[in-house]
Design a protein around this ligand. Structure first.
Ligand code: NAP
Length: 348
């Protein structure tokens, strides 16, 4: 099935282009970015450390106002551009699978992690004339939420999650290119990331929520988040304290994670990892540099699981922000949509 990638010159878009090479179901057909890049070769517009297949490097970047032939559009646009472009594409009948935050809270737009809430995809079927048949937007969560919610889901299913306090240690690549200035980051921790704490508080409630009568009822989970930027290239580490509604020991939590595979069929999606959550047993893991590549960057790693004197348990979570948190997340959502017959070869 042909695929268009928007924002293909950026950190996430270029990773999508790399991930699509050799993909068993999808073939990259079109690439586009901002007007600044239109008409240029993709290889001349990506960051110097991004290595593309020569055929992809030679692709010419299109404009966003022109027509796209592919029904499936993978978007790695900034939120402000996504806010206007993505609904226009959906109105033209495209299925837009987006990394941007612009529509994650929209009640008619599924916010999906395939291992956690694949059923939310049916929000696309809501009656109404917002988008024509086959058109719509599907989103993946914020990059810090992707790891957190995948770790919380098995606990929520088995014990119920009440309150969560999380502090994130987020990698530089989470801010895209060029990202924060080196002089601000080296020898430093920046204790604020604009808009991030609000997303970390809101998105897990929606993803863990229940689909009823064509709408999502948010989970009664309260998240208190502190987001920081640290001088790590890739991989968001998070320190989590969680209140469980049915008390559980670290051993019981480890068992819930080890047995977690998500609903039937999700592990068969080409980009889904065989093991969604791995539990590190070493006392000093997970670490971004050592553990972010597990499961091709799609496995979330949990470690240092111990009782919490305030809530029930505390632990560390690590996930690769560009893979589980962005490009891999969008691609696996597109695969889920395709597996459910929602992706066509062309617009007609
Ligand atoms: P990025 O490196 O800054 O790339 C942005 C891309 O969007 C580039 O291709 C750029 O094209 C294009 N673009 C910028 N302004 C545009 C405009 N006004 N109209 C059309 N295209 C425009 O950003 P990124 O990190 O890849 O992030 C992309 C999206 O994914 C964002 O919504 C971000 O919040 C989300 N996201 C990122 C991560 C992460 O870890 N980085 C994780 C989860 C979600 P030009 O090269 O032509 O300027």
């Amino acid at each position: 099935m042909p695929v268009a990638v928007l924002g293909a010159t950026g950190t996430v878009g270029a990773r999508l282009v790399q991930r699509l090479r050799g993909h068993p179901w999808f073939a990259l057909a079109e690439v586009a970015a901002s007007d600044r890049s239109a008409g240029e070769r993709l290889g001349d517009r990506v960051a110097p450390d991004v290595h593309l297949h020569p055929d992809d490097a030679a692709r010419k970047l299109g404009t966003l106002d022109g027509p796209l032939a592919s029904h499936l559009v993978l978007s790695a646009l900034p939120a402000d551009a996504a806010r206007t472009i993505e609904p226009e594409l959906a109105a033209r009948g495209h299925l837009v699978v987006s990394n941007a935050s612009a529509f994650r809270a929209d009640p008619g737009v599924p916010l999906v992690v395939p291992e956690v809430n694949p059923d939310h995809l049916t929000l696309l079927d809501a009656p109404g004339d917002r988008w024509p048949s086959g058109g719509g937007i599907v989103t993946n969560p914020n990059c810090a939420v992707a790891g957190l919610v995948t770790a919380l889901a098995p606990l929520h299913a088995r014990f119920g999650v009440g309150r969560v306090v999380v502090t994130t240690f987020q990698a530089i690549s989470g801010a895209g290119r060029p990202g924060p200035a080196a002089a601000d980051l080296v020898d430093n921790v920046v204790p604020w990331i604009g808009g991030e704490e609000e997303k970390i508080a809101a998105e897990p409630r929606r993803i863990l929520g229940r689909l009823m009568d064509g709408a999502v009822t948010p989970a009664e989970v309260t998240v208190s988040a502190t987001a920081t930027r640290v001088p790590v290239l890739h991989g968001h580490l998070e320190s989590v304290s969680v209140e469980l509604l049915t008390p559980a020991t670290p051993k019981q939590a480890r068992a819930a994670w080890a047995e977690f595979r998500g609903p039937e069929g999700t592990a068969d999606l080409p980009t889904a990892p065989a093991i969604p959550v791995e539990v590190a047993t070493e006392v000093d893991r997970p670490q971004p540099r050592l553990d972010r590549g597990r499961g091709d960057g799609m496995t979330v790693v949990v470690g240092r699981v111990r009782p919490c004197p305030v809530f029930t348990l505390r632990f560390l979570v690590l996930s690769h922000n560009l893979e589980r948190g962005a490009a891999g997340a969008a691609l696996v959502n597109a695969e889920l949509a395709a597996a459910r017959g929602r992706v066509r070869r062309g617009l007609s």
